[in-house]
Ligand binder design. Sequence first.
Ligand SMILES: C[S@@+](CC[C@H](N)C(=O)[O-])C[C@H]1O[C@@H](n2cnc3c(N)ncnc32)[C@H](O)[C@@H]1O
Length: 239
Amino acid sequence: MPRRRRNDPAQYDDLADQWWPTHGRFAALHWLAEARARLIPAPPRTGAPLLDLACGGGLLARVLTGKLAGWRHIGVDLSSLALRQASDHGVEAVQADVTRLPFPDGKFSCVVAGEMFEHIEDLDAACTAIGRVLAPGGTLVIDTLADTLFCRIGLVRLAERLPGGPPPRIHDPRLLVSPDRLGAALDRYGIEMTVVGGLRPSLPDYVRWLVRQADSVRMVPTDSTAGVYQAVGTRRELR
Ligand SMILES: C[S@@+](CC[C@H](N)C(=O)[O-])C[C@H]1O[C@@H](n2cnc3c(N)ncnc32)[C@H](O)[C@@H]1O
């Protein structure tokens, strides 16, 4: 595996075979996708398009079931190899940068940004693009890593050495974004953000997953937003 700079998008091509195995390098993204689904509203009508920003291998597809089954799942990402996997799992895959979305204004009543903001160099450009494609009254679902010492050292540098932790060098601590900064950036582009709370893995589940007695680990709510936090945004109605 070539040694790459932190947050180099080419890493996702290097790790393309790791998206779907439950004990692969992206295992924790499966756990987070389940937690993310809890915040996604039911589609307003069958076939309504949901935009999955930086969708990677399309892991959200597995949890768009039950009352979430009617969404038309459209994913954008930079990595063509990740998009191929997303497409194999039923996602309409579009290769694009999240700061330059190739969709008409107000197309989506739901936009999902799972583990994305901590990878984006130009936060304002991403928020502008989201504010443009999200329909008035529409919902933005977010989970990301907070800009705290706990994340910079614990979740980025130390967790990279743990099973289930992020792949080495996938995060750049420079890009972590606090709820306040993210809320202010989204507000500039017409989206009111509310923090839902933090998430942490269930310890008993993690142990069972480690010894291969379980395929997944529940992410349980926590009051602390010093690590991974969830938030929802609502696009203001146009006057
Ligand atoms: C941590 S993964 C998250 C994948 C997916 N959202 C999930 O939770 O399973 C981050 C993804 O962001 C993508 N990415 C990074 N910068 C991007 C950009 N500017 N535009 C589109 N995708 C980007 C990467 O290729 C990668 O697939």
